[in-house]
Design a protein around this ligand. Structure first.
Ligand code: ADP
Length: 488
């Protein structure tokens, strides 16, 4: 993954975490508010229904007791029940007061028929209505004031401060019993509504409760805090992850062997110097002795011949040491360890390991991969070492040119029965004298270079049945190496 993409995926992860957490907090708060609203709605419905039942009970009592008209008994009810504004009685031979007679007559007729109290004057907006019960000899009418009828003592909400708007609705008219939150402060379409007709056969008013919501009711502080906490947690996690990746990379680099091999090579060189020193010193001593013996007058040819035989023996010993070293480097057992390997993945892995080096030196990489390239026959670690060496050489060669020119080009493709990996750089290039010698052991032009990378890579490639070549490129225009490996 490109570093940029990685950054975006962390960002996306943070956004997702924030959204999920904030969403959960908001949902929880809304669920709490909703539960409160539902409870309030249930209580409000119950207490209002009870109040309506009280009116029915008063009328029923009047019809039963039949207090004499004009005795003042009925009128006293208003003192007891503030919502009863007026009590009217109509003996059979009289009529209701003229102003309201039409309304009450109809209601009384219905009441006589249904034998229960009936609502009259249905214009609820004024907050007043008549309740009529037909009886013998006196029919009764109560004028009820809704405002005074409100059971504020048992009402579940604070009538002045509550956000809930409460309305009683009947026959198209409505009466507001609680204002609720002003419209300007609420979201236009974000509200809960609970509507239920009161449990009273005589006064079937519908109680409508509307609970508007505003964004300020969301737990914004908690939501923002969660988002910050998530950012901190993810930043920590990202840091840990980066550290882990860096550590893995370093371990892997060590494994691919740049550092480890240098150490081994150092030891090897020291050991070799030690082992060669002895036969070479003896060789020198023997040849010098032989010359001295031959210079004598007369020359001591017999002893000189012995000294020369000794010298030859020491020279063979030295050759053996060199041969042992060569066998060590060539690793002939590699041929038996090859297995099908994906060349592209090996290159990508090497690139991944060197990513920090490439970035630090602002080297642009261009990768052209042939899709569906078959697997190659290789020993994975040896292949990794070759690619790593080629890339490291390219990086080092480009350190010496201006950053704007640095470009690493990698291409892999099929070539007959082989796979070809091209590694091209825009570094200093290789002079024509050096071209002939780059694969020689210990040939180096770099200060502190060992001159073993290419020779080792060359022998590893051949041991795996492939080859490593230096392609022709104009002098000073960078270098191009070709690695060929048999397809699996
Ligand atoms: P080292 O890197 O230790 O010198 P190598 O065997 O890897 O040993 O390389 C041998 C020499 O080949 C280098 O010193 C350098 O002169 C030359 N060389 C290798 N690769 C490149 C390259 N990509 N561009 C220029 N010169 C290179």
């Amino acid at each position: 993954m490109k570093p940029n993409m990685r950054r975006y995926s962390w960002l996306a992860l943070w956004l997702t975490c924030s959204a999920v957490g904030a969403g959960w907090l908001a949902t929880n708060r809304l669920a709490e508010l909703r539960a409160d609203f539902d409870t309030d709605a249930r209580i409000a419905h119950r207490v209002l229904s009870q109040r309506m039942a009280q009116h029915d009970a008063i009328l029923a009592t009047l019809a039963l007791l039949q207090p004499a008209k004009g005795s003042g008994d009925a009128e006293r009810l208003s003192a007891l029940y503030p919502q009863i504004l007026e009590v009217l009685q109509r003996p059979e031979q009289e009529t209701w007061p003229a102003a309201i007679a039409p309304t009450l007559n109809d209601a009384e007729a219905t009441s006589r028929h249904t034998r229960r109290a009936v609502l009259a004057n249905e214009n609820l907006s004024s907050g007043r209505y008549w309740l009529v019960l037909a009886a013998h000899p006196l029919s009764h009418g109560l004028l009820i004031d809704l405002k005074a009828a409100m059971p504020w003592g048992e009402w579940p909400m604070d009538g002045a401060a509550s956000a809930v708007r409460a309305t009683l609705v009947h026959a198209g008219a409505s009466f507001v019993i609680q204002q609720g939150r002003p419209e300007s402060e609420t979201f236009p379409h974000w509200r809960w509504v609970a509507a239920k007709v009161l449990a009273s056969a005589s006064q079937p008013l519908e109680l409508v409760l509307e609970r508007p919501l505003t964004w300020r009711e969301l737990p914004l502080v908690a939501m923002v805090s969660w988002s910050l906490v998530a950012a901190l947690l993810l930043a920590g996690l990202r840091n840990l992850w980066h550290q882990r990746v860096a550590r893995q990379r370093a371990e892997e680099l060590l494994r691919v062997g740049q550092v480890a091999r240098l150490n081994t090579l150092g030891e090897l060189a020291a050991g070799m110097a030690h082992e060669l020193n002895q036969p070479l010193t003896a060789l020198l001593a023997n040849t010098q002795a032989a010359r001295r013996l031959l210079d004598e007058k007369p020359p001591d040819v017999g002893t000189a011949r012995d000294a020369m035989a000794q010298a030859a023996h020491q020279a063979r010993r030295a050759a053996d040491v060199v041969g042992r070293l060569r066998r060590l480097v060539e690793r002939p057992e590699l041929a038996t360890q090859v297995q099908p390997v994906a060349l592209g993945s090996a290159v990508q892995e090497a690139l991944y390991l060197l990513e920090p080096e490439l970035q630090r030196r602002s080297i642009q990489t261009e990768v052209i991969a042939e899709p569906d390239l078959p697997l190659v026959q290789a020993e994975p670690v040896a292949l990794q070492q070759i690619i790593h060496n080629l890339l490291m050489n390219a990086v080092q060669a480009m350190e010496l040119v201006s950053p704007a020119r640095r470009k690493l080009h990698l291409r892999w493709q099929r070539q007959g029965t082989q796979a070809l990996l091209v590694v091209r750089d825009t570094g200093t290039g290789i002079t024509s004298e050096a071209r002939a010698r780059v694969f020689e052991p210990f040939f180096t032009t770099r200060e502190g270079g060992l001159g073993l990378g290419l020779s080792l890579s060359h022998s590893l490639a051949e041991a795996m049945g492939g080859s490593l070549l230096l392609a022709g490129s104009p002098e000073g225009m960078g270098a191009e190496f070709h690695l060929l490996l048999p397809l699996a």
